[in-house]
Design a protein around this ligand. Structure first.
Ligand SMILES: Cc1cc2nc3c(=O)[nH]c(=O)nc-3n(C[C@H](O)[C@H](O)[C@H](O)COP(=O)(O)OP(=O)(O)OC[C@H]3O[C@@H](n4cnc5c(N)ncnc54)[C@H](O)[C@@H]3O)c2cc1C
Length: 186
């Protein structure tokens, strides 16, 4: 497709192999993966904002999900588990700070206990790491502000600034010869 020429703010007579619309984490990850798999492909990522990650990517909760909620064997479950490991590795290689602080999923009354046990079963089946079903005393030690009958402690869950991850992906795209064009609405 024609690519907008930044200098003239008009569509110049340029073409690229792949134009990705949206410089959020998905667009940047796709562009990065393509540039790694197909060196030499000309790639441009186009975004309407003046900087990357201005929407969901820069405004989310920052959780590195461990794959505990999805149906065992599903593509979502496998991708979430593999993706969490790949993300942690990427952050370590690029010195992007992560905090693997863990999380607790709490059953506050008896009616929630079967769902908690089902989540534990799914988490084990999905290969999530650092799982433990804990009681109220241990829960209070881990998180004094939480109270409940039972909880699933997921030690492997953490947080990251996805804006920094997206910045790393954008740098990788540019280092591979791609372009990030900002301020162009498609
Ligand atoms: C409140 C909230 C909390 C979340 N918490 C988490 C979490 O803790 N952990 C987690 O893994 N996920 C979380 N998510 C999900 C995660 O943030 C999204 O799945 C992810 O950011 C989506 O990335 P994206 O690139 O598809 O979208 P976006 O980051 O929204 O990027 C889309 C981009 O496309 C651009 N664009 C749109 N239309 C055009 C156009 N016509 N022309 C040019 N550019 C255009 C936009 O400007 C934008 O930059 C959360 C989501 C929300 C809403």
């Amino acid at each position: 497709m024609p690519v907008p020429d930044r200098s003239s703010l008009s569509f110049a007579d340029r073409t690229v192999d792949v134009a990705v619309v949206g410089a959020g984490i998905v667009g940047l990850a796709v562009a990065r993966a393509l540039s790694l798999r197909r060196p030499g492909l000309s790639i441009v990522v186009i975004d309407k904002e003046s900087s990357i990650s201005q929407h969901q990517t820069g405004r989310n909760s920052g959780v590195i999900h461990s794959g505990i909620y999805y149906a065992p064997g599903s593509l979502k479950a496998r991708l979430c588990t593999q993706g969490a490991a790949a993300l942690k590795q990427y952050c370590a290689e690029r010195s992007i700070p992560t905090n693997i602080c863990g999380k607790v999923i709490v059953a506050t009354d008896a009616s929630e206990l079967p769902r908690l046990e089902e989540l534990h079963r799914r988490a084990v089946a999905n290969g999530a790491v650092g799982l433990e079903l804990i009681g109220p005393n241990r829960l209070r030690e881990i998180e004094p502000h939480a109270a409940g009958l039972r909880a699933l402690h997921v030690r492997g869950t953490g947080i990251v600034d996805y804006g920094l991850v997206a910045r790393g992906f954008a740098d990788d795209v540019v280092a591979a010869g791609g372009e990030i064009l900002l301020g162009y609405e498609v």
